[in-house]
Every structure is written in C-alpha cells, then in structure tokens.
Design a protein around this ligand. Structure first.
Ligand SMILES: [Zn+2]
Length: 300
C-alpha cells in the first residue's frame, strides 16, 4: 500500500456537481503529486436517495474529468457490520447512551447552541436512570457523550483549528433511531479501513472534523491529514448546490471539454496564472497546496 492514500467519497444521490468535481480534482492532485493512490467509496448511507445509477454516473464523470482511481472500496450501504463493530468498541471506551430526543424537543429546550447553530444536547438525557430508560417508548438513537476535551488539528488550507467537544458540539448521534449509522462514524471507520491518509473535501465539513478525530482516537485509527477546500459560489456569494442544475456534470459535459472545466477551476482557485484549458495530468506539474486561495471561489 502506498504511503499516501487519498480518496473520492461521493454521495450518489444525483449527478456530480461542479463543487464536488473541484474537491475531487484537488484530492486527486494532492494524492498523485505525493506519489500516492486514490480510493473511491460511495457514501450511500441514505439508501432512499442513493442509487447505483447515480453511482455509475459519478464514476463516468470522474473518468471524463481524467480523475482515475486505483480501487473502489465497498459502499457504505454494505458496511453495517463494520459500523456495528465500531459502535461496540466505542461502548467499551466511552459513554454511548440511548437517546429519545427529537429535533423538535431539542429545539424547545433552552440550551446553549453549538458553533453551527444546533442546540447542545442536554445532559439530563444522558443521566436517565435504567428505570426511566425502560419506560421510554420506541427505538432510541445512540449518542456519544462529548467530554470536556479540546481537539486541535491543523487544516492544510485553513490552518490551526480547535473545538471543545462539550461546549462546541455536545453529545452527538452515532446511530439514528431508524438504525442508520451517521456520517461521522461511517467516514472514520471507512477511511481507517482503506488506509486513507489524506482527506480533501469542502470546507462545509471543517466543523465536523473534531468529532471525527475524537472517534479516530477512541477507535485506535490513525488520524488522516485534512484539507478543507473553499466553496464555489455565484456572483452574489450564494454557494452553488445540487439545486443549480446548470452546474452539474450532466449539463456541463454538453457545453465544455473536461480541460476547459479543469482550466477554469484551476485559474479561479489560484492554481494557475492564466485561464486556459488544461488536463488534470498537465495540472499535476503545477500543483502546490500553497497556491490555493482560501476565499470562496466565484464561478458565475
Ligand atoms: Zn437525548
């Protein structure tokens, strides 16, 4: 196995979006420039919205962009046993407790709010007696107690970042009441098993990283290095999303060659000095992380 392992981790719930393509381009450049390999993993925990048809569309879009990968690891919908094993390990090492709180009940309580605006989960839930738990109706979610512990790391783009898990995030869900494991746990288990050493993804996930690093520690998994890359926005500063159909690869492939899209992304993000068509392979020779702008990248 290579020393450097990067990854593409798309959610196959629609066509690939230009913002995803930008993150995959950087993940590919970062891994390949370090002589490393790239693994592909379908993050299809949401089995209602994710389909094999979308997954195949994403594979084709990646190939069209010239972003080859070395191996594809099992999709998350087939990984329940691995996540169950991780949950058992977490139960032994930390306080994993049943929670019957609903989003509505959490919004009603007068609790402090975390950095991303969600209400901090109340300690009263964690302190229920066994008798009280037995009297609760319905299947619980399973939460992990957030300790008074500050997680620090240095993001490759945004620099030093820290969060106190107790005050900045609060107890967080590992498995939902409907049995579905959450992204935080799945991503850590999957990256760990695939030997991923580099996580390159959109900066909207920066604030979730301390939770993932805490899970890595509890599960004795090596901590990957992180690069959170700027978001793409329109000229009014609004972030491009899956709602912008004109920015998905289905539409863009009808109007552009892959070299044009990569050239545009490379120029606007600071990787090249002129806006001209370039292939991913050609861009490899010019790639350096310190060229990347940290601001949102205006696309249209
Ligand atoms: Zn609760």
């Amino acid at each position: 196995m290579s020393a450097v392992v990067g990854r593409f981790a798309p959610t196959p719930s629609g066509r690939m979006h230009l913002g995803n393509a930008f993150a995959y381009l950087l993940a590919w450049l970062s891994a390949r420039s370090g002589g490393g390999e790239v693994v592909l993993r379908m993050e299809d925990l949401d089995t209602q919205r994710c389909t094999e048809e979308f997954a195949e569309g994403i594979r084709q879009d990646l190939r069209w962009l010239g972003l080859e990968w070395d191996r594809e690891t099992p999709p998350q919908r087939l990984r329940t046993e691995a996540y169950e094993a991780a949950l058992e390990k977490l139960r032994k090492k930390a306080n994993v407790f049943p929670c019957w709180c609903t989003r509505g009940s959490l919004n009603l309580i007068n609790a402090p709010h975390a950095a991303d605006g969600h209400p901090i989960h109340p300690a009263s839930c964690r302190l229920r007696t066994p008798e009280e738990r037995r009297s609760m109706k319905g299947a619980p979610a399973w939460r992990l107690e957030a300790p008074d512990l500050t997680i620090r790391f240095t993001d490759g783009v945004f620099g030093p970042y820290e969060e106190n898990l107790m005050t900045g995030c609060g107890d967080f869900v590992l498995r939902r009441a409907d049995g579905v494991f959450v992204y935080q746990l799945a991503v850590v288990v999957d990256d760990g098993e695939a030997g991923v050493t580099q996580v390159v993804r959109g900066c909207d996930l920066l604030s979730s990283t301390p939770r993932q690093l805490y899970l890595c520690r509890l599960l004795d998994l090596p901590e990957p290095a992180y690069w959170h890359v700027p978001m793409l926005t329109d000229s009014t500063g609004r972030k491009l999303s899956k709602r912008d159909a004109a920015m998905d690869l289905g539409q863009l492939r009808q109007r552009h060659r892959p070299e044009e899209l990569i050239g545009m992304l490379a120029f606007r993000s600071g990787l090249t000095e002129r806006e001209e068509a370039i292939s991913a392979k050609e861009l490899l020779g010019e790639f350096r992380w310190d060229k990347l702008k940290k601001d949102d990248i205006v696309i249209c």
